[in-house]
Design a protein around this ligand. Structure first.
Ligand SMILES: [Zn+2]
Length: 375
């Protein structure tokens, strides 16, 4: 039965998805890059549902071919770090962006587009009730997300007719609505559990590789570009895919797409261990403070709830009325050799508390953390 299903998928892909050879030009600055071997054009009319985790049809990937997808972004600095890694390896992927996040970070949306990645959508607010929502709210979430991402990208053609339901909480009402709009609904073939609170980068790589191998050495891999562990795992995952002979395939929509502006290649530095180029730290990727704190609580499908307000500001991010007053208080505490935690506890200051959290958060994605993982 399973063999029949695989054959059907392959036949379906062959019939419905026009396969084209991709430009396999050398990757500037990285002769050992994984690269993108080819594209598959997806026609939502012919293949309205994609991904063997939930549907009978999936991309017509050949042996040792993987299509990578990222959900829930954009969210700097993680999305930026991931874009740097993808650019260094000349790997093209598909993003499923959340409208609210696109509203908050339009420059990152434009960077994703300019880098040649495909942009689908993932609703306006990422509610985890798609399987229970009335049609009116489904319409608002789907259409609102598309409108937000189109506005952020600055070109309506930038958004592919690809949609992934938050939490993969499918039902017939959502799927029927998407079909009326000729939008393909995307599930996945494999996940790497990168949304779990304490998952390590190493676990993400191990799970991704073992699940891809278990599903016939191919598949659509679902990751999230909003988590530090995913950002840390990606360079190693791409190296592992290359080492085991995998090739990257990018699913693209039919029709005209916006012109792709060339993205500046990030500088590469030789890894101390040799062989594997690492991204050189930049102000954007390392020095920049995260614009949102790490999400904490897990929701129904295991995805993390965002703790940002509608204005994109952290709930505890109260503005200082008097900056000098705060500075003098910090200096006073430093003279007394009081730890930041103790200082925050004494002052019951939500801003200082948030600052400490931000500092820890930044450390998690600093080069030190990166190097630790690479060992
Ligand atoms: Zn999601």
């Amino acid at each position: 039965m399973r063999g029949v299903a695989v054959i059907f998928c392959c036949l379906a892909g062959g019939l419905f998805g026009a396969v084209s050879a991709a430009n396999a030009a050398a990757c500037p600055g990285n002769p050992n890059a994984l690269g993108t071997s080819r594209t598959i054009t997806v026609d939502p009319q012919a293949m309205p549902k994609i991904g063997s985790m939930q549907y009978k049809t999936t991309l017509a990937l050949e042996d040792h071919e993987v299509a990578i997808t990222f959900d829930d972004g954009p969210l700097p600095p993680y999305t930026n770090r991931i874009l740097d890694t993808l650019a260094a390896e000349c790997v093209k992927v598909t993003y499923f962006l959340v409208g609210r996040q696109a509203d908050a970070y339009p420059a990152t949306v434009r960077r994703i587009l300019a880098a040649g990645h495909v942009i689908g959508t993932h609703s306006q607010n990422h509610p985890l009730t798609f399987d229970q929502m009335a049609l009116g709210r489904i319409e608002r979430e789907v259409d609102g997300g598309i409108a937000s991402v189109q506005t952020a990208a600055g070109d309506p053609r930038a958004v592919a007719p690809f949609f992934r339901i938050p939490g993969l909480l499918r039902n017939k009402t959502v799927e029927a609505y998407l079909a009326t709009k000729s939008i393909a609904v995307w599930s996945a073939d494999e996940v790497a559990d990168d949304w779990y609170r304490h998952v390590s980068a190493k676990d993400i790589v191990t799970k991704a590789m073992s699940r891809i191998e278990a599903k016939g050495h191919r598949g659509i891999l679902l990751l999230h570009d909003i988590h530090p562990a995913t950002a840390m795992a990606l360079p190693v995952l791409l190296r592992e895919l290359k080492a085991r002979g995998y090739r990257i395939v990018q699913a693209v929509p039919a029709g005209e797409r916006p012109k792709v502006a060339p993205e500046p290649q990030p500088a590469l530095v030789a890894d101390a261990a040799g062989g594997w180029p690492r991204l050189a730290p930049t102000r954007e990727t390392v020095g920049a403070a995260p614009t949102a704190l790490p999400p904490k609580s897990l929701d129904r499908f295991g995805e993390r709830k965002r703790e940002t307000s509608s204005k994109g500001e952290h709930k505890s991010g109260r503005k200082f009325a008097d900056k000098s007053e705060r500075t003098s208080r910090i200096v006073r505490h430093q003279r007394e050799k009081v730890s930041h935690c103790e200082m925050a506890r004494r002052d019951r200051d939500p801003v200082v508390t948030a600052s400490i959290a931000r500092k820890r958060h930044k450390t998690a994605v600093s080069d030190a953390g990166w190097t630790r993982f690479q060992r």
